[in-house]
Design a protein around this ligand. Sequence first.
Ligand code: UT7
Length: 332
Amino acid sequence: MTPHSTSSNRHSRITGTGSFLPPKRLTNDALAAQLAADGIETSDQWIVERTGIRARHFAEPDVSSSDLAVAAARHALEAADVDAASIDLIIVATSTPDMVFPSTACLVQQKLGVAGCAAFDVQAVCSGFVYALTIADSMIRTGAASKALVIGAEVFSRILDFKDRGTCVLFGDGAGAVVLEASDTPGILASELHADGRHVDILCVPGHVNGGQILGDPLLKMDGPAVFKLAVGVLYDVAKSVLEKAGRSDSDVDWLIPHQANIRILQSTAKRLKLPLEKLIVTVDQHGNTSAASIPLALDESVRSGKIKPGDTVLLEGVGGGFTWGAVLLDL
Ligand code: UT7
């Protein structure tokens, strides 16, 4: 998508945030004990040292992405003081949809008890939320929508290979949401999205449904070091590019919220951008990697704790399977 920076008088602005974590919380020790029962060796020490993760939440088997999404959406609607019936666009970013179709967004619409507005999913894996937010912003600026619910929701626990210690300790479930409304003053200042399909194999779930059966492997595969290397490079480049488009500099950023994958990637991105680590929002320690949900979850927690305040400038950055990446710079 062609990068944009705001120029017309119609803008979009986040007016409310919400999130939801399924109640079941697993510490590294609890997960390690569970894996040990199957002969898989790991430890709290390895997980903390290599990733910064200390715990994650897993949804119960009967809870789906749309359930988490609806709970997060309700909190965001309440915070924005917006009635679900007045929403005219629902976008859900997810790689773990409830069904092959219809979209999780249509299921969310049904569960919110509303009908008629556009509703669709965005599949950009861990970059999904910045993709969805950029699409909603574009639709609002062109007049195609006025009040959007933008949600990231995942149940990655369903696609983890619990025999692969290199991946199953990294991910968690959860959802985050924002209400994005038309505004005379800019909230979203600039955004930029990218993909490079040459790297499809380094992070994928290669199985698919065929003739009533799953063909191929339906569990997550990742070449961790390859993803790590690419992520560190693109997160820096896209941050610089978005700041330049908005006419802002590193020092204008009050808060950096990168996709919460690994504390080492987060810290190296902040350092390369010359941002003090106090400006880096970190939730990966408590949530693990919740893919498309990680950024709106981190945003909502930081708003609710009073860390991020109205008027603050926030840089959101996504990176993940595809390979995909992108950034959104906004004034809250
Ligand atoms: O959400 C999309 C974005 N995803 C990411 O950004 C993930 C990017 N990648 C990473 O965060 C890191 O590459 C990982 C955390 C996945 C892995 O860390 P690493 O420092 O790159 O470790 P590695 O894969 O090179 O493995 C180092 C060692 C290996 O042992 P040997 O071969 O050196 O003997 C692994 O077998 O660590 C071993 N290992 C583990 N040991 C204990 C891998 N996983 C575990 C584990 N517990 N859970």
